[in-house]
Design a protein around this ligand. Sequence first.
Ligand code: GLA
Length: 682
Amino acid sequence: MSLLPSLAGSLAYGGDYNPEQWPESVWPEDARLMQTAGVNLVSVGIFAWSRIQKTPTSWDFTWLDRVFDLLHEHGVRVCLATATASPPPWMARLYPDSLPVTAEGVTLHLGARQQFSPCSPDYRRHAAALVRRLGRRYAKHPALAAWHVGNEHACHMNECHGPHSVVAFRAWLKSRYKTIDALNAAWGCAFWSQLYASWDEIHTPRRAPFISNPAQQLDFKRFTSDAFLDLYKMERDILREVSPGVPVTTNLMAFFKPLDYHAWAREMDFTAWDSYPDPALPDEGRHWAAVGHDLTRSLKPGLPFIQMEAATSAVNWRALNRPKPAGLMRLQSLQALARGADGVMFFQWRASLSGAEKYHSAMVSHIDPARCRIHAEVARVGAELKKLAPLAGSTVRARVAIVMDWHAWWALELEARPVKLDYMATLHAVHRAFYEQNLATDFVHPEADLSAYALVVAPVLYLLTEAGAKNLASFAARGGTLLATYATGIVDGQERVVPGGYPGLLRDTLGIWVEEWLPLGDRFANTLSFTGKKPSARRAASTDALACREWTESVHVEDAEVLATFTADLIAGRPALTRRTVGKKGKALYLATGLDAAGWTRLAALAAAEAGVAPVLAASAEVEVSLRESADGARHLFVLNHRHAPVSVSMDKLRGRDLLTDRPVARTLALPALGAAVIRLD
Ligand code: GLA
């Protein structure tokens, strides 16, 4: 299935195009250069609202008509933005209460972008009118390929405490709880004298003297994600009405805490994200991009996604903005494809001469494209993407899933915990352990269909609903291997402890219960030592001791084998890793501690061995291998050399033809520094 029918089976290639920032005399050169660079898709109009509607009553689409026609003549399709990401100055002048307000009560003013509250009725009314006009005007234009709603929703302004948000929060709570008594019970308001008598006593969790009610904070995070999503849906529904059949998307930001992208993805026709790994941290950057691609792909199972933005070289918004060495942008583009993208796009086409982003790299920089190494690489990637068109519509089929839930993230990181836990750091560490061994992983919601997986890992899944717990339990009961870690299944969906021994909701499945937590912080240490009774565990864990990090627990076993024990502290000799056999083939493992990178690598290998999952091709460090599979059975193997030195990769029994060189690949594959092969397997 093609993500964008109008691209007729090609991969998408291009970037944000902001012609409104340039004299019209520049546009023909843009279109010509796009054509020679292999660009076939550009995102237009993202920040063009004030150019389209300079005053509430004056509209000008004529310039955009000319842009559409020019691009169309040059074979470039348009992903048209709804332009709602940055309202014109008149919005703040006419409707000052449309501006967002922070938890401290500070109003965020005009002068940058995103200066609106998602709950402002005036903003929403004007945004709806704009989207309707855009939709009607361009629905039938042959260059239109997709709709791009807003831009990086909530990126800078990710919660609002203004008057309209307070009213909307109350309405959201009313529809969730129906009665004020139910809300009092759900929030545990008997604690610290917080019992509410009426809805209008309730506020967004503004800055308070001490720890705010955690359930209130959690509901506010849910409400905020829903409020932004509601705005997206308002625009999307208008587009579906006036421009039926044209796919609608927006650019996500992968692990972006304020928005529950599981809920968002359900409302999107395909997912897209903006990938900005830091060139100053090449090793972290390599994994940072991979994990973001994997999440974005997982959000819409079975479908490719689009890398909607990336930098061709340096960005402008870090404290230190290093350029990408020659070849890295190309390798990162291929990495996006390797992990399931059907398109590679950049911010932006032509580097600005003024404004806040003029020192951000682009596809056309401040110098003559004919003399610019970045532009030469841009054109090379454009030409290569044409050769890779057979990938379109295919995807990565992982056998390992990592459970990830925004609600668990929000709840875990509220205040007053045994120690400050970092959900993202743990998730990234777990993912990285599989990634470095070229074991493909998806990220899944706790209540998702798990039937495609052999191994499901649930790291620090602090909040778990009953439905989520049942889903994980039945995955193991059906023969899957489940690995749950410390701080999982502690509270229910309302952030209430499930009593009787942690993890209340998974106790029976895991066959253990936890009496007390012993967080480590920086001052305490422990190690985990394998008991050696289980040969498979021993094989995968090549050393007997792993360093504990962050957290340990005092575990009681009820119905499980002990694979490893703690060596020190108040829990010396007590279980650290357990395994319960579930039904005939199922396994439920429990890890009662955090680990360092080496430890996670061992644990990932152990869990993969328990589940019988192996990489498609074993390769040395920093050689990334990923497989894309199509419905018709075609299989494309990506081999990416992230090293700044050549490598030789043994192909084992795999054979095929490299689409980039059009040469057969035999026993060994030689790749130059930052080199890559995309092999259509025989
Ligand atoms: C984000 C935005 C773009 C631009 C880039 C710069 O991705 O969506 O408009 O600001 O960052 O890196």
